[in-house]
Ligand binder design. Structure first.
Ligand code: SF4
Length: 340
């Protein structure tokens, strides 16, 4: 059963360009199309990986699901209920059920709070448990994330390593027993040597506590390790979605293929193909019609720039991609895919 159904989710920001921007664009107002018609479902108890470069709309999508941004259009249904119509009590329940794990454990923890107070902050603010019950659950949450309560509860954030701080961040999210956890690049600020431990912890906790999860990352090797389904986004739009194994082994969209080919392969004899795509992701300000990826796509045709953006088409069981050139027999992605 789907715990989350996202349909046509859109977030546009109107901006007034500065003098130079007005001279270059000839417009007094411009629109940043941060997210543009993204649809997906998340099955209960599973992990969906959200992949793409910085600026592709991953975080804005998560902010809308967490109700920290209001969508410009589209729907978000949680357990069958449209979250746009929640009353005060419904909103409170939703905020309990959906928790965020932030990217930066250095910035997200109040440096003046002890670990105990950091983890207790959510329950105290919501007034859901007695003092004794909150204390009991704080200690339990610390044990759950692998921190000995007696050793850590009185520490301040600056007295811990990055990995320990991220464990505290995870405890802050899990103490409220969420049904959906949104983890926005939780490893990106951590040293490579401790990433595997935090990744294993999240995967283990998701299975033990049976929460659903949206895991955001630009790193396909992490997503292929943790997620059952994978959604690839580019410039605010969904390019490909499907079972992680299928997307990684047989990516259908040129952008998804390029992401797979960019994954490091631990084989000194492997000759990496020359990158097919060049340049940086563009800013999503008044993007031109047609396929958003056309400016960087090595296979772009006139129709890609002229016709409306390609719609999602099913290319295999539960596997969809949006490209005019869809080919059911696209070749295996080779060594790079096998390394994931
Ligand atoms: Fe490339 Fe055209 Fe496919 Fe877009 S629709 S990914 S530009 S081939």
């Amino acid at each position: 059963m789907a715990i989350l159904e996202v349909g046509g989710l859109t977030k546009h920001f109107d901006i007034r360009p500065g003098l130079l921007g007005r001279l270059l664009s000839g417009k007094r107002r411009q629109t940043i199309k941060a997210v543009d018609g993204v649809s997906f479902t998340l099955e209960e108890g599973t992990i969906l990986g959200l992949a793409g470069e910085s600026g592709c709309g991953k975080s804005t999508t998560c902010m809308m699901i967490a109700k920290l941004h209001e969508p410009t259009a589209g729907t978000i249904r949680f357990k069958g209920r449209d979250i746009a119509g929640l009353d005060r009590a419904g909103l409170r329940d939703y905020r309990l059920a959906v928790q965020l794990i932030f990217q930066d454990p250095y910035e997200s923890l109040n440096p003046r709070f002890t670990v105990f107070d950091l983890v207790a902050e959510g329950p105290r603010a919501l007034g859901i448990w007695s003092r004794e019950e909150t204390a009991r659950r704080v200690l339990e949450a610390l044990s759950l994330v692998g921190l000995k309560p007696e050793e850590y509860k009185d520490r301040f954030p600056h007295q811990m390593s990055g990995g320990e701080r991220q464990r505290v961040g995870i405890a802050c999210a899990l103490i409220l027993e969420p049904e959906l956890v949104i983890a926005d690049e939780p490893l990106s600020m951590l040293d490579v040597s401790i990433r595997a431990g935090i990744l294993d912890l999240l995967r283990d906790l998701s299975a033990r506590l049976n929460f659903s999860c949206i895991y955001v990352s630009h790193d396909l090797s992490i997503l292929s390790n943790i997620s059952e389904r994978l959604l690839v986004m580019y410039l605010g739009m969904a390019m490909e979605i499907g079972p992680t194994d299928r997307v990684v082994r047989n990516p259908q969209h040129p952008y998804a293929r390029a992401l797979v080919e960019a994954v490091p392969v631990p084989d000194p004899r492997y000759k990496r193909p020359i990158p097919a795509i060049r340049g940086e992701i563009a800013r999503p300000i008044d993007p031109p019609p047609g396929c958003r990826f056309a400016a960087r796509c090595p296979q772009a045709m006139d129709a890609c720039r002229r016709d409306p953006a390609p719609a999602m088409r099913e290319v295999g069981p539960g596997h969809f991609a949006a490209c005019h050139l869809l080919d059911m027999d696209a070749p295996d992605s080779g060594t790079a895919a096998r390394a994931l």
